[in-house]
Structure formats: C-alpha cells, structure tokens
Design a protein around this ligand. Structure first.
Ligand code: DOR
Ligand code: ZN
Length: 346
C-alpha cells in the first residue's frame, strides 16, 4: 500500500477566481497547491477583450500571496461581437491560453454568451488556424430540454456540428458529467479533450436532493445519476490523456447558495488534491493521479509540465476549514462526505 506519492505540481484547467474581495479570499486556496490555472472570464461584466484580460490578469497578480509564482492562464469570454483579430492578437502576445464559450443563459453570468453560433463562425475559424483552444460549457439552454439531458443534447446538436464545421479546432469539453460525454471524447482524436471536476467524481444527484436540498452540492452542469459518476471516475483514473483536472471551483457566499434561488457552484480549491488522492487510492489508480492533475493538461495546451513537485502522504484525517472567510461573507468548502487521509506537502 502506497503511503507517499510525489507528483509534478498540478494545474487547474478550469477555475473561477472572481474579482475584488472574493478574489483575495480564494486565490491562496488555489496557489497553495497549483502552479497554473485556466481562469474563467465570467465576471460581471465579463472579460471580453484583450484589454479586459490584461486588466484582470493584473488584478490577479496583485492579489497573489507574497512569494507565489502562480501563473494565471487567461481566457476571453466569447460573445457574438467578439473580433477574430482581437483574439488572434491576444493569443500571439501570449496573453490568453483559450477562449470560453458559454451558450447564452447556461449558467452563472452567461447572459452575454452565444445564442446564434453562426455569429461566431469567423472567430472559431481563426482559432482553428492559430491553434487556440476553445473551452466549452457543454449544455443547451432550451427550456424544453430536461436539465439532466442538456449535456447529451449539446454534444449532438451543437458540439459535434461545430467541430465538423471547423476542422482543426482544438476543443476542451469542460466539466463533463455523463458517460455519453466520456464515450464521445474517447472516440475522438486528441484535438478534443475534457476536464473533469473534483466534485463530479464524488457526488451524484442524490447528494443534492435526498434528505433535503443540499445547496452546496448544486453546480452546473448538475451532477447526474451514479452510473455517470462511475464513468467519470473510470475516465479520470484511467491515465487517458483526453481527460484532465478542471476543478470548476466556483466561490459563492453562503447567502447566495442558501436561498430561494441559489447559485450554482461548488468550492473545491481548498481540499481538491486530498479528495483526488482519496478517489484515485480507492480505485488503486494512484500511479495515474499525476497524468490527471499534472501531465495531460499541459500536453493538450502545448505547455511544459511544471518543474516543481508536490508530495502527498497518507495518514490521519486531514483537517481543513469548513468555510473560507471573505469580506462579502463566508464561502463553504466542498464536503466530500468522507474523511480525507492524503496530506499535501511541498
Ligand atoms: O456551477 C457552476 N458555477 N457552473 C458554471 O458553469 C459556472 C460556475 C460559476 O461561475 O459559479
Ligand atoms: Zn466553470
């Protein structure tokens, strides 16, 4: 039985940091363990232009804990007005690592997202030309599509047609939640990858709804039934480099979660590495943890793997805070529902 594991320092390929006081409160939770993260652009207002991304990057670097070498990998929020040349310039200067597609209305702060995909054709073609990845929130928003089916329908009606119409476009299907998405991604070449969150490896829809409503387990895409969670665990722990970690750690203050219309998002930055080690350990897949957290993401994005390492050691239950304090109020840390035994050291 392994009791210690040293891996290349991990990266988070999908992270919400927000801005202002919330940014300051949550950033150390990520920089403690992660070297880099793809930073989601769904601020209010969103990060739409290269100039917005420059400003947001400066806010993040200003808020970094002293001595941190954390690198934010910036993204632009795709709108129907996005200018292909602005995107290409932001890519050429190394400012952005990806563009984010939110179908309009799909999730938190997605109102400026794309409703008519024909309007972003020019941007997608340009991205395919220059090899800039598109990160996709893969859910349709049609009122007549059941929320548990929205990912599957998106693959058929939107994602697959976009990829066929845009040969060479590199796509990350983000925070996948279904066995159908796993199978679709596995069946494609390496121009398609998927991120998997920590929480979707742990919870199914019962965690949200059984015995009362549990708002801190509500996120989008919403967790599905247990057979889907098992498919995600199998994919994440398999070592297949189509799949890598994107926590989608998404802070909302408790008041915004524990209310009549609560926000979507699980905050997992604090305990993600201990949870993942526990999940991989249970699957006897610890040797594949490094691929998931530290190797497959850089390979997809064409970035070097991190030089520094992180050591996980198995021992007594790990203590972590139940909440992070921000000036806007407390943020509840994701509770996996089981003890964590893997301590994260330098
Ligand atoms: O649960 C989620 N929260 N899903 C998203 O897509 C957005 C995120 C957020 O920004 O809070
Ligand atoms: Zn997200």
């Amino acid at each position: 039985m392994s009791t210690s594991l040293t891996i290349r320092r991990p990266d988070d390929w999908h992270l919400h940091l927000r801005d202002g006081d919330m940014l300051r409160a949550v950033l150390p939770e990520t920089t403690r363990h992660f070297a880099r993260a793809i930073i989601m652009p769904n601020l209010v207002p969103p990060v739409v232009t290269a100039a917005d991304a420059i400003r947001y990057r400066a806010m993040i670097t200003d808020a970094l804990p002293a001595g941190s070498s954390f690198q934010p990998l910036m993204t632009l929020y795709l709108t129907e007005q996005t200018n292909p040349e602005d995107v290409a310039m932001a890519h050429a200067t190394g400012l952005i690592a990806a563009v984010k597609l939110y179908p309009a209305g799909a999730t938190t702060n997605s109102a400026s997202g794309v409703a008519n995909f024909d309007k972003v054709r020019g941007v997608l073609d340009r991205m395919a030309e220059i090899g800039l990845p598109l990160c996709v929130h893969g859910e349709v928003t049609d009122a007549d599509i059941d929320i548990f089916d929205r990912e599957a329908v998106f693959i058929d009606r939107v994602l697959d047609p976009i990829r066929r119409a845009t040969p060479g476009l590199r796509v990350v299907m983000e925070h996948i939640t279904t066995s159908g998405a796993v199978e679709y991604v596995q069946s494609q070449a390496t121009d398609l990858a998927a991120t998997i969150t920590t929480h979707h490896l742990v919870i199914n829809r019962n965690h949200i709804l059984v015995g009362g409503i549990h708002p801190h387990y509500y996120c989008l895409p919403v967790a599905k039934r247990e057979s889907h969670r098992l498919a995600l665990v199998k994919a994440a722990t398999s070592g297949d480099n189509h799949f890598f970690l994107g926590t989608d750690s998404a802070p909302h203050v408790d008041a915004a979660k524990e209310t009549g219309c609560g926000c979507a998002g699980c905050f997992t930055a604090t305990n993600t590495m201990s949870i993942l080690a526990e999940v991989f350990d249970r699957e006897n897949a610890l040797p594949n943890l490094e691929a998931f957290t530290s190797l497959s993401g850089p390979a997809f994005y064409g970035l070097p793997v991190n030089k520094s390492t992180l050591t996980l050691t198995k021992g007594t239950p790990v203590a972590y805070p139940a909440k992070i304090t921000s000036k806007a109020g407390p943020v509840t840390v994701f509770d996996p529902g089981f003890d964590l035994h893997w301590h994260v050291g330098p």
